[in-house]
Design a protein around this ligand. Structure first.
Ligand code: HEM
Length: 182
């Protein structure tokens, strides 16, 4: 028994556990200046958005800043735009995944990187990603599809937006029921 304990509580294991705990706390612990546990704001609920396709430039306007679009937060993954406003604790300003807000998060998710490319929005065709990285993107796409409302397609340069006027009640990804980008 004491041998087992000696093996579990090695200095290396203790240091690694401390690092993991510190990272989790940094990402998910209470933020400086945020409300206390008791008066946490409720999950943000906005009326469901009408279906619409958008360019990366239009997407950037939905980064969760309160003065833009009521603080609505959209994130694109694998060519589909999702409304993640109800998870503003993750994606809102100061949240651990705020870098994804108003952006195509595919590359960041594929490469496990939380730093957004700076500068004006540019469409990313992801063509240089390895197939294992594209598999990650598709996995994340399925998770987002499971959890969040689809708003529409992320438009490539030159793409025309779909006219959804006859189809506003559609509730799922429509054009993107597979894991392929639409
Ligand atoms: C030490 C590093 C990290 C830790 C400890 C961590 C931990 C977590 C935890 C605990 C959750 C919440 C699961 C839940 O309650 O549903 C989560 C969600 C998530 N993480 Fe991380 N994470 C880390 C790094 C990253 C990185 C590098 C990325 C991507 C670049 C990432 C992307 C996500 C996403 C997209 C979600 C889902 C949020 C949602 O449900 O909308 N994480 N992570």
């Amino acid at each position: 028994m004491s041998n087992l304990l000696d093996e579990v509580f090695t200095p290396l294991n203790i240091v690694l556990s401390a690092i993991i705990a510190a990272l989790t706390w940094t990402l998910f612990g209470p933020r400086k200046g945020s409300a206390s546990q008791d008066d946490q704001p409720a999950v943000k609920i906005l009326p469901k958005m009408k279906r619409r396709d958008m360019t990366v430039v239009e997407l950037r306007e939905f980064d969760g800043t309160p003065e833009k679009n009521d603080g609505r937060i959209l994130v694109a993954v694998n060519g589909t735009v999702f409304d993640v406003t109800r998870a503003s604790h993750y994606y809102g300003p100061g949240g651990p995944y705020a870098a994804f807000a108003g952006r195509d998060a595919s590359r960041m998710l594929a490469t496990f990187c939380l730093k957004a490319v700076e500068g004006p929005p540019v469409y990313d065709d992801l063509s240089d990603l390895k197939s294992s990285e594209m598999d990650q993107v598709k996995e994340w796409f399925l998770q987002f599809k499971e959890k969040y409302d689809v708003v529409g397609k992320l438009l490539k340069p030159g793409d025309e937006p779909t006219d959804y006027s006859d189809n506003e009640e559609a509730t799922d990804g429509g054009q993107n029921t597979s894991t392929e980008a639409p």
